[in-house]
Design a protein around this ligand. Structure first.
Ligand code: 5GP
Length: 189
């Protein structure tokens, strides 16, 4: 049976400013709910279980893989991330639209499903700006930043599989661009 709601999938390399962007856009779309992911990554300072992520251990994550409880999952920068299948299915059945902030591997899994989806890739203004943002954020060690930069290059090469690409070279403009996409799509649904 076809689901009533739509998935809005957003991907970006870390440091592209996606979290801030999503926060701004969600404020303007009460009819859009955020899907909180599960991860085996340790919480960063200020992150709250059940708000930013559901923080679970690797054993729990693997058990849920074995039970087919993820609608998509991926290993990113050495940690596991996944979206709960039952939660998404229930929300879409109820006619809710869901925003998923997930990596390229996960987005491709959703693209290969029969769910109705709108996908957006957020680009940083340049690879140099991305590196500077990761360094000034101060949340990752130098070796993690190297890993994230390698992954970012690969992810940026995948932008072609997305419906829309936005360059985040100014928050206000990027928020407006993203809102326009969402507004147009929701009007058409
Ligand atoms: P961070 O650790 O910086 O919060 O996120 C790292 C990456 O994992 C980001 O690209 C983010 O979009 C991605 N991510 C977060 N949640 C999920 C998820 O549920 N599934 C997948 N595939 N990626 C996720």
């Amino acid at each position: 049976m076809e689901k009533k709601g739509t998935l809005f999938v957003i991907s970006a390399p870390s440091g592209a400013g996606k979290t801030t962007l999503i926060g701004q856009v969600l404020k303007q779309f009460p009819q859009l709910s955020y899907s909180i992911s599960h991860t085996t990554r340790k919480p960063r300072q200020g992150e709250i279980h059940g708000r930013d992520y559901f923080f679970i251990d690797e054993q729990e994550f693997q058990t849920r893989i074995a039970r087919d409880q993820w609608i998509e999952w991926a290993q990113v920068h050495g940690n596991f991330y996944g979206t709960d299948k039952a939660f998404v299915s229930e929300k879409l059945d109820e006619g809710e639209n869901l925003l998923l902030d997930i990596d390229v591997q996960g987005a491709k899994q959703i693209m290969n499903s029969d769910l109705r989806l709108v996908s957006v890739f957020i680009l940083p203004p340049s690879i140099e700006v991305l590196e500077q943002r990761l360094e000034s954020r101060g949340t990752d060690s130098p070796d993690v930043i190297v890993h994230r930069m390698e992954n970012a290059q690969w992810e940026m090469d995948q932008q072609r599989v997305y419906d829309h690409v936005i360059v985040n070279d100014g928050l206000e403009k990027a928020v407006a661009d993203l809102c326009l996409i969402f507004e147009t799509k929701m009007r058409c649904l």
